[in-house]
Design a protein around this ligand. Sequence first.
Ligand SMILES: Cc1cc2nc3c(=O)[nH]c(=O)nc-3n(C[C@H](O)[C@H](O)[C@H](O)COP(=O)(O)OP(=O)(O)OC[C@H]3O[C@@H](n4cnc5c(N)ncnc54)[C@H](O)[C@@H]3O)c2cc1C
Length: 419
Amino acid sequence: MSDLKKNWAGNIEYQATAVYAPRSISELQELVRQSSRLRVLGSRHSFNHIADTTAVHISLGNLPPKIDISVAEQTVTVHGNIKYGDLCLVLDAEGYALHNLASLPHISVAGAIATATHGSGINNGNLATAVTALTIIDAEGEIRTLSRQSVGDDFDGMVVHLGSLGVIVEVTLSIQPTFNMRQFVYKDLSFERVLANFDDAMSASYSVSLFTDWQGDTVNQLWLKERVDGEVAPPAQSLLGGQLAKRPYHPLAEVSAESCTAQMGEVGSWFERLPHFKMEFTPSFGDELQSEYFVSIEHAVPALTALNKISAQVGEQLFISEIRMVAADNFWLSPCYQQTCVAFHFTWKPNWQEVRKILPLIERALIPFYVRPHWGKLFMLSPQIIRASYPKMVDFKSLTTQFDPSGKFRNRFINSYIS
Ligand SMILES: Cc1cc2nc3c(=O)[nH]c(=O)nc-3n(C[C@H](O)[C@H](O)[C@H](O)COP(=O)(O)OP(=O)(O)OC[C@H]3O[C@@H](n4cnc5c(N)ncnc54)[C@H](O)[C@@H]3O)c2cc1C
């Protein structure tokens, strides 16, 4: 269990006194009943203390696997701990797909929906928007199945759960027939032209990502992920001043693209194009920290302009930034609650003491645009600002009290931001 003592990035050493990995649901229920406080570990890809605890950690890694496809319902029910990469292989082999994926396939389903993890696409909601039902073990150790049919609109409060309603043992996700995609990269786009055509650029395909280091007057790369549903036109040779790449690129141009999913228009399955990184490789840069901030699409251009003004201060600790779109949803604690958002992501060098000085600059630049941070990444915004930015925060708090009256699933992070 020694690998469970830190998060993926290694910047958080968990404070847990013990890690238990039950082998059956009944053993898990008993563990929950007997523990006064606990927190569940997913695949440990969050960069902050959201998963941490000074009490007991539970890993679901030893529970029997489950992948049940319902053809009639067009859903798949999985155990919460499954990684998207493993699920996608089975789904695709059976002729099915999910609507979207994050930049990496290595994360667990329950952990991803906990933090409103997302991919990109102006019409694509975050990964939690595929959830149609959850099976949880509540603070009493009882099994509860939650769906819109069983709990009504409160379901919107339960899906982006921050790990604080109970142990998510099963998740049911909407599926659709499998589809093919292809991916193109454009290099060195004009920043001015991207600004002037932002909505069009981000709607240019099923999923679009901009990568920038905020230096100079160009945007380093635009990744365009296109559905291939029939005949496809040849790609444009240039876009917003950028040129179609003639070789595969990593978001950091100097790093080998070996770890990246196939580019240059090579057609492949949805799950081999939607993530940027292949399952068998370390995603992203590896030794890094991450932050991400969401603002409503209506503020995208002024927010971009404001960030560009502080590019000199941001540049030194930055590996790369990624700009994505996430469609609006109705989840109470989703940063995209009732607003389609632009998400500004920052992959940082692993120097927290320096990065922590830069985050307040970014946050000050984005506060006028009602910024919300990614729940699983690093931010410095005050709990007061965060609590005030979620209109359904009070309702979520009462949901946690209803599911977990003694605060068994709470930790310091939840006590700060959810109150
Ligand atoms: C390299 C890298 C790339 C990333 N790319 C993206 C991206 O493209 N888009 C994006 O939005 N985010 C991205 N992230 C962030 C990541 O998706 C989130 O941090 C996500 O929460 C990670 O899921 P996890 O399973 O690792 O959760 P963990 O970090 O292990 O846990 C997150 C929360 O979920 C809770 N939890 C986990 N499993 C359960 C369960 N079964 N029951 C109850 N609670 C549970 C934990 O207690 C904790 O509160 C990236 C992270 C890394 C390291």
